[in-house]
Design a protein around this ligand. Structure first.
Ligand code: BJW
Length: 229
């Protein structure tokens, strides 16, 4: 029996909730240049363009059409029923894991629902999309909040806690991620190195497929509930 499970989710885990992935056909990077909307330099050049990109996604996330899917619900159930240590690391910036009931989770690439003070790094929950009125309350003069998103070249969040968990896990499961973005793409190597069992759930065989010991091929919404049962 397993004593410590670490789960990593990517955009494929939210695909069946109607949120676009990045690199699949019709993915977000088809319509947007990465260097324009997902780098600090792009934000410096054109903050309004970047805010618009995240505002559209914020609005979609808060539309009536978007709900947690069966994969999110099954992971919340796993967290509740599993007696050992558990950590869900998500690369996703949506809040569908929380809405499904997950609590022991870490958003390593930030959260769509938050803005961050560029000076103090304090975060603020966004109850509406970005605009000039989104100012921090921690500085004088108040600073305009930036998206609480980890862009390319920036340090992902919670890396100490992630490494601690990977160092002692005996099961590592990656769900719906293409394995193209580091450091998340390297977590499977750390888990293998520690002697953990490594399992991938994906619609197809992505970049770091061969690093996993076990593979489940198909839709996360169908496979994750079966895995948890
Ligand atoms: C389904 C499904 C269904 C579909 N069921 N499956 C050269 C070599 C190595 C590294 C680098 C390098 N040059 C630069 C780097 C570093 C860089 C990097 O990795 N670049 C690569 C592109 C080469 N990384 C960084 O800069 C990171 N920071 C960093 O490294 O800091 C230094 C550091 C050093 C040492 C330790 C620690 C840190 C920061 C990365 C920030 C990523 N940010 C983004 C955008 C912001 C968030 C947002 O706007 O939402 O995060 S990029 C984007 O990609 C987003 C995602 O979280 C991330 C991963 O994408 P994901 O989730 O895998 O989605 P897709 O679309 O790629 O894949 C979906 C998958 O689902 C597919 O496989 C489908 O088949 C599958 N799927 N439907 C199951 N129903």
């Amino acid at each position: 029996m397993y004593r410590h499970i670490v789960v990593l989710t990517g955009a494929g885990a939210s695909a069946e909730s109607g949120l676009r992935t990045f690199r699949d056909q019709h993915g977000l990077w088809e319509d947007h240049a990465i260097e324009d909307v997902a780098t600090p330099e792009g934000y410096e050049r054109d903050p309004l363009l970047v805010e618009r990109f995240y505002n559209l996604r914020w609005q979609q996330l808060h539309s009536d059409a978007v709900h947690p899917n069966q994969a999110h619900l099954a992971l919340a159930r796993l967290e509740q029923e599993f007696k050992g240590e558990y950590l869900l690391i998500t690369q996703n910036v949506d809040d569908l894991h929380e809405r499904a009931g997950s609590r022991r989770l870490l958003h390593m690439h930030g959260e769509l629902n938050k803005g961050r003070c560029p000076r103090s790094r304090q975060t603020f929950v966004l109850t509406e999309p970005f605009g000039p009125e989104n100012l921090c309350t921690c500085c004088i003069p108040a600073q305009r909040l930036r998206p609480h998103i980890v862009w390319f070249g920036e340090m992902p969040l919670g890396m100490d806690r992630i490494h601690q968990a990977l160092d002692s896990c005996d099961l590592f499961i990656a769900i719906g991620t293409s394995g193209t973005v580091y450091p998340a793409a390297g977590f499977v190597d750390a888990a293998n190195h520690m002697g953990a069992q490594t399992l991938e759930v994906n619609m197809m065989a992505p970049d770091r497929h061969s690093q996993f010991q076990l593979h489940l091929t198909g839709a996360a919404g169908e496979l994750v509930p079966r895995l948890v049962d």
